[in-house]
Write a protein that binds this ligand. Structure first.
Ligand SMILES: *Cc1c(COP(=O)(O)O)cnc(C)c1O
Length: 395
């Protein structure tokens, strides 16, 4: 199945882009929108654009468009900052909702920044909290009555292994723990039902599957019934009940507005808003079906052509996100050789070659061509070139 959306994206000739799980490509609608925001809004309206062009409402208005993709109710999601900051906000709120508990539970497959933020918060609070990380397959069993917060990224950034979120959330609920669901590799990748799940918090970034561009804003969604009880740790003026009253003391804004911190990145939100047009009229079920079809094709092709690569992702598509990973001892060099030949994926230490499967702009012919180039690189050891072994700053 191909979704007829490729024409909406600016993709260089001779590039097969298999890294949209890390940085989505430029949507064609984005440059014009940025031009409008720059010239017609900022340029012409200057500071009055905050009102005349709706800049102040942009973090909630555009977030609601993402809400449609992740099943968050309008008014329960807001944009701003980066995912790292949103993890801090959610986690600090979760701990204050469970003041008698001390354990933050996560797994060793989580993305390091989430774990680092937990460590930093624990040190700052100085109240004896503990970050407990277990193997991903042991996470469900590790939830108990001491768990204050379950901090879980649904899809493993390296292998694409997907947690059973409804099972984890049900267990967390049964033990009175708060769930923070990191959707970095879920939003725009497959169907997600945040409101239906009962989870308290969801956080995610927009520059991966949602194509907002480098440094695009993150989102945080909060279960509406708990919003009034949250006292934000990052108590910035944009989350205040009346930012332009300039009161001397903080009081939290109404509803999701309280999860705002400082001045929103208007240019980045404008880029995201334009990029989200590519999702109009699409159902996430169709996106998921296309992703699975392309992923299965990719696995079959690569396994047939490249016997030196070992599948690192779950074989069952239900247990996988929208990416496919292979292990290879010289994976870094092999990925550099592929990039030099127009097949762009990325590498995650120690030996993972990672390929994002993004059906909005990939079709079956891309998948087959990419596999053929991989066969050439592997069969002819084209990766075995000193130029491909030197590690760059970003892998
Ligand atoms: C990509 C990713 C991040 C990145 O955080 P930033 O603040 O945007 O740099 C964080 N957590 C997870 C799980 C990710 O996949």
């Amino acid at each position: 199945m191909t979704l007829p959306r490729k024409h909406l994206f600016h993709l260089p000739e001779d590039v097969i882009y298999l890294d949209g799980n890390s940085l989505g490509p430029l949507a064609r609608s984005v440059p014009d929108r940025l031009d409008t925001t720059l010239r017609a809004e900022w340029g012409a309206h200057l500071i009055t654009a905050w009102n005349t062009d709706g800049w102040m409402a942009a973090p909630t208005r555009v977030a609601d468009r993402i809400g449609r993709l992740i099943g968050a109710e309008p008014g329960s999601i807001v944009l701003g900052d980066t995912l790292t900051i949103k993890v801090h906000q959610a986690l600090s709120a979760a701990l204050s909702l469970r003041p008698d508990r001390r354990v933050i539970l996560s797994d060793t497959g989580n993305f390091p920044t989430d774990l680092y933020m937990a460590e930093g918060l624990i040190a700052q609070l100085g109240r004896g909290h503990e970050l407990r990380t277990v193997a991903p397959e042991d996470l469900a069993q590790a939830i108990d009555d001491n768990t204050a917060a379950l901090l879980v990224t649904e899809v493993d950034y390296r292998t694409g292994r997907r947690h059973d979120m409804s099972d984890l959330i049900d267990r967390a609920k049964a033990h009175g723990a708060i769930t923070i669901w990191d959707m970095a590799h879920s939003a725009g990748a497959f169907e997600v039902d945040f409101a239906g799940s009962g989870a308290e918090f969801a956080v995610g970034c927009t520059y991966k599957y949602l194509n907002s561009g480098p440094g695009g804003p993150a989102f945080i969604a909060v279960r509406p019934d708990i919003l009034p009880t949250i006292q934000p740790a990052l108590s910035g003026w944009m989350g205040h009940g009346a930012p332009f009253a300039f009161e001397l003391s903080y009081r939290a804004g109404a509803g999701i507005e309280r999860m705002r911190v400082g001045t929103p990145p208007i240019l980045a939100i404008a880029a995201l808003d334009a990029a989200l047009d590519a999702w109009e009229g699409l159902s996430m079920a169709d996106v998921r079906a296309a992703s699975i079809a392309l992923s299965q094709r990719f696995i079959t092709q690569v396994e047939a052509r490249c016997p030196d690569l070992t599948l690192a992702s779950p074989r069952d598509p239900e247990e996988r996100g929208s990416q496919v990973a292979f292990r290879f001892e010289n994976g870094y060099a092999a990925m550099q050789a592929l990039i030099a030949r127009g097949v762009i994926g990325d590498f995650r230490a120690p030996d993972i070659m990672r390929f994002g499967i993004t059906p909005l702009y990939l079709d079956e012919s891309d998948i087959v061509k990419a596999a053929a180039i991989m066969e050439d690189v592997m069969a002819n050891r084209l990766w075995d070139d000193p130029a491909y072994h030197a590690r760059q700053r970003v892998t």
